[in-house]
Design a protein around this ligand. Structure first.
Ligand code: AMP
Ligand code: MG
Length: 635
């Protein structure tokens, strides 16, 4: 049964239109028809029938082509969108109801599909669209999640719960949603959820070219059951949590480990004011004023790093000073020797303007203040961190215990390196890539070899892995044909979801918890194709493993200009292998490696980055900017 046939569309047009001067919003003229007609046109291809909830001008709404019914609020009194939802649910003959407000002419053409996929994956009663938005007043601030409660897919059988909620006198959608199992669904296209609140906005949009957001729903041809990459990532990361166990290590042993405590500085760094240059420490008051003749200062001693000069110079005197030496008492500036006008024995001549008072000093506490956080927990300790911690005199640190990850390959056709390659067989390469990716992440790895396509062998391998590992990575055996018996075993051993993802490569993925004899581990069932393994490891396993490790890692976002056109179908995320380089103008540019098939491992070795083509993105023209993930940032 198609998704479309399970869904009734409900256009919410029952408001008073207060912000539009009480006009009936849905009937306002917009790009040749009305707002409601635009919403209808976007909704209709996604649902079996469309009904409108309206409390005024019912005949005009009935006249819209393709509207099955126009329903006024059962409650009366303009009680808001929940009243509209109640009416919609009362008349909903299908299993699901998809709502959209009458003033959202740009709503996504895959709204139903996307909400449905998440609802299924999360076993939710309701799926709600969410976008990441930025504060226009403060563009530097972090983006925040903006839910759009009126863009929702809801199970028709929640009606009773809504009735009881409304009976309490409460009217807010957000409040009601709190009583349900809700799946949030992240949409990339913020503009698709733009609603039009004032007549002025309406007129502005009406003048704009519809090209900003096409009024006709494009056919995406996506798979309604396929799960959006961002949703799968979120579902996985929400479920796993950081390991609690920690250990104390000497500083050098802590390289590449995850810091489990904040490093608080016990001292000021630097501990005292010191010189940033080789030169002469002096009193700023002695520097010549503008228009005045150069001054000649007399050198009274030398300050070395580690051997301070304790005497304060008198007016007209200075101290020869080396980089890192403590500034002698009374001095507040250093002139580098190359900026002096002349040096003759102990006489140093300085002209006006050579330095400003206060120049070339490193102030006590300028790097770190005593009591301040030098490094926050969660950081993976890199060489610079070792140096910083050592600069505080700290010899030991607390780090998270290493994550133990077991991995094996599945497939009767697989032969291990060193074995004879029988006809129809391939060498197991996935175990090597997975080993490399896990080792780079700093995990303790447990290589379990190749497991045959046999339920008994698979079950035994998973049971063993549960006992020793925090996480298990497998490859192969999760695609639709192959997954049948894998599914049965996973059902015995735990709770594992088999997802079909809207992505390429790497469409199938299994994720969940497996348990045996009181031990449990998170399972990542990656696809078998060698490129798909790497891409799905990087996109799904890696962020989750980092979270389990307690690591806070920000992936640096980077863009490059595509040197050639790239074909891309909207409705799925694509990861293509790319080669990034510096173009003639000094800008980063990227081209794709030749063959992009998901079994072609040479495309991965040739590439130095992955070009990320987002879910909604269509063909890329040569010269357009695209997002890339550098391999060096990933490993
Ligand atoms: P599967 O998902 O098990 O159907 O595997 C998909 C494809 O990936 C098949 O062509 C397999 O032969 C190949 N494949 C699976 N596992 C491995 C592996 N460990 N090394 C190399 N190729 C593999
Ligand atoms: Mg297989």
């Amino acid at each position: 049964m198609s998704l479309k046939s399970k869904v009734t569309g409900l256009i919410l047009a029952g408001g008073r239109g207060t912000r539009m001067g009480r006009v009936d919003k849905g009937l306002q003229p917009f790009q040749g028809s009305t707002l409601a007609a635009h919403v209808l046109r976007r909704l209709a291809p996604q649902v079996a029938t469309v009904v409108v909830n309206a409390n005024r001008n019912l005949p005009q709404y009935r006249a819209l082509e393709g509207v099955a019914a126009v329903l006024p609020d059962a409650m009366g009194g303009y009680e808001g969108p929940l009243a509209g939802l109640q009416t919609g649910l009362q008349h909903c003959a299908t299993e699901l109801l998809l709502t959209a407000p009458c003033d959202s002419p740009f709503l996504p053409a895959d709204l139903a599909e996307r909400l449905y996929a998440a609802m299924q994956a999360e076993g939710a009663d309701l799926a709600v669209a969410v976008t990441m938005e930025r504060d226009e007043q403060d563009p530097a601030a972090a983006p925040y999640r903006q839910p759009h409660p009126v863009f929702s897919l809801i199970k028709a059988d929640v009606l009773q719960r809504l009735d009881s909620y409304l009976a309490t006198g409460a009217r807010r959608m957000e409040g009601f949603y709190k009583t349900l199992r809700v799946a949030d669904v992240l949409f990339d296209d913020v503009a698709a959820f733009r609603n039009i609140n004032t007549l002025e906005e309406l007129q502005r949009h009406d003048r704009e070219q519809p090209a900003t957001a096409p009024a006709a729903a494009p056919s995406l041809g996506g798979d309604p059951a396929a799960l959006h990459v961002a949703e799968a990532q979120r579902l996985i990361c929400e479920r796993v949590s950081p390991l609690a166990a920690t250990e104390r290590l000497s500083l050098l042993a802590a390289l590449d480990r995850v810091l489990a405590e904040d490093i608080i500085s016990p001292i000021n760094v630097p501990a005292y004011d010191n010189s940033a240059m080789d030169g002469y420490a002096l009193r700023g008051a002695d520097l010549p004023a503008e228009g005045a003749a150069p001054v000649v200062l007399k050198t009274i001693g030398i300050a070395y790093a580690g051997r301070p000069f304790a005497q304060a110079p008198q007016p007209g005197e200075c101290v020869r000073i080396m980089t890192g030496a403590a500034i002698p008492p009374g001095c507040d500036s250093v002139i580098p020797q190359e900026l002096t006008a002349a040096i003759d024995g102990d006489q140093v001549t300085i002209a006006h303007g050579a330095i400003r008072p206060g120049a070339n000093l490193r102030r006590a506490g300028e790097d770190l203040k005593a009591g301040g956080t030098a490094i926050a927990q969660g950081k993976i300790i890199r060489p610079a961190d070792l140096g910083l911690i050592a600069s505080l005199g700290i010899a030991e640190v607390t780090v998270r215990r290493k994550l133990r990850v077991a991995f094996f390959s599945t497939g009767d056709e697989l032969r291990s390196v060193g074995e004879c390659l029988d006809e129809g067989c391939v060498y197991d390469s996935n175990r090597y890539t997975i080993f490399g990716m896990l080792a780079r992440l700093g995990c303790d790895v447990i290589d379990m070899g190749v497991v045959r396509d046999d339920p008994v062998a698979l079950e035994a391998a998973l049971r063993t892995a549960c006992k020793t590992a925090d996480a298990i990575i497998t490859s192969g055996g999760v695609s639709e044909g192959a997954a049948d018996y894998t599914r049965d075993i996973m059902a015995v051993l735990g709770q594992v979801d088999f997802w079909k993802l809207a992505m390429r490569p790497g469409r199938p993925l299994a994720f969940g918890k497996v348990q045996a004899d009181g031990d449990a581990a998170w399972l990542f069932g990656l696809p078998g194709n060698p490129v798909a393994v790497m891409v799905s490891f990087y996109m799904f396993a890696r962020p989750a493993l980092l979270r389990m490790m307690g690591a806070q890692v920000k992936q640096p976002a980077m863009q490059a200009r595509a040197t050639e056109a790239i074909r891309k179908r909207p409705g799925r995320t694509e990861y293509q292998r790319g080669i990034i380089s510096t173009g003639a103008n000094g800008e980063p540019q990227v081209r794709l490696t030749g063959a992009q098939g998901s079994g072609i491992l040479s495309s991965m070795t040739e590439a130095n980055c992955i070009v990320v083509l987002h879910h909604e993105q269509a063909n890329v023209a040569a010269g357009q900017m695209v997002d890339v993930l550098l391999f060096d940032g990933l490993v």
